[in-house]
Design a protein around this ligand. Structure first.
Ligand SMILES: [Zn+2]
Length: 316
């Protein structure tokens, strides 16, 4: 399990463009690719297919049949309801006003009614808007909250290792993963762990429908981290709660930069220019600093790095 996830993540780490981008911007990674899908592709199809997927080749992106009601359905086990997510988006000062008017909660889903599809104000252009609309007006997505744990070992400030596991809030017994053919007439369920060994703090993760069969929705799952438990090298444990802005930015980021891109059959891998433009758009709503003349890191990530004595993330 861990072996598979780790290897897959190492593959992702070799996407040089993503790494370069991360260093250049100095911002913190807010999510991660569904490593399990990569691992499974590797098992089934060999590295060529994985390389295609990592380079964003849409041919390997699994598209879902268009069934079910449009809207991002909130999972029953989510600690934030559809009403609450929409209420928070509408009252947040960083969410653009033209968008607030289009967002509603209906039957436990986040929706954009057909007669209220948002348009960017005249003379402006939004990279995030179309993919955001694409995801929410499709029947492709579900969302839930998550708790994550980060175990940090080694010696501060620069010889630290991270083990980070994101556990989405799902119903009892439900797991992410997929059944794979393991023999003639034989299928085995392979559970997926949302796992990272990178020195990053994960605030969200978008899991394609190919890993959600136990949820029985035919939808992919957007995962939003609402609690982070960190253990430092001395064994001290501290709990961190992402701020409301961080949670809402992650909701918008995962929906636009990942879910919406996947719905449109477009690559959603970081390093892709369009994905980065969408990310930057949304990051600027929430984290633009006049003093820093750019986007500053997530404050919760900064606090976690301080707690463990890690070097602060590079400034943009
Ligand atoms: Zn992302």
């Amino acid at each position: 399990m861990r072996e598979r996830a780790t290897r897959a993540h190492a593959d992702r780490g070799t996407t040089a463009a993503a790494d370069r981008h991360r260093r250049r911007r100095g911002t913190l990674v807010v999510d991660a690719l569904d490593t399990s899908t990569v691992a499974r592709l590797q098992l089934l199809a060999g590295n060529a297919a994985v390389t295609r997927m990592l380079s964003g080749h849409p041919a390997t992106v699994q598209r879902q049949p268009k069934t079910g009601s449009p809207g991002v359905v909130v999972h029953p086990a989510s600690q934030l309801s559809a009403d609450e997510i929409v209420r928070r988006l509408k009252k947040n000062k960083n969410v653009p006003d033209f968008l607030k008017k289009s967002l509603f909660s209906k039957n436990g889903a986040i929706v954009i009614p057909a007669n209220k599809v948002p348009k960017a104000p005249a003379g402006t252009f939004s990279d995030f808007l179309q993919p955001f609309i694409d995801a929410i007006t499709s029947p492709d997505w579900q969302i839930t909250t998550a708790a994550s744990t980060i175990e940090i070992n080694g010696t501060p400030p620069d010889k630290l290792t991270f083990k980070q596991v994101v556990t989405p809030h799902l119903s009892k017994g439900q797991r992410l993963g997929a059944s794979v053919k393991t023999g003639p007439g034989e299928k085995t369920f392979m559970a997926d762990t949302l796992f990272s060994q990178d020195k990053e703090i994960i605030f969200g993760w978008t899991v394609p429908a190919s890993s959600t069969e136990q949820l029985k929705t035919s939808r992919g799952l957007v995962v939003i981290v609402t609690k982070i438990t960190v253990t430092d090298p001395q064994g001290r444990t501290k709990e961190f709660t992402p701020t409301e802005d961080e949670v809402l930015e992650s909701v918008m980021h995962e929906i636009a930069a990942h879910a919406g891109r996947i719905t449109a059959g477009l690559p959603d891998t970081h390093g892709n220019r369009a994905v980065e433009d969408i990310s930057d758009d949304i990051a600027k709503f929430f984290r633009y600093s006049d003093a820093a003349r750019g986007v500053v890191p997530f404050s919760t990530a900064t606090r976690i790095f301080e707690f463990v004595g890690a070097k602060p993330a590079a400034k943009p």
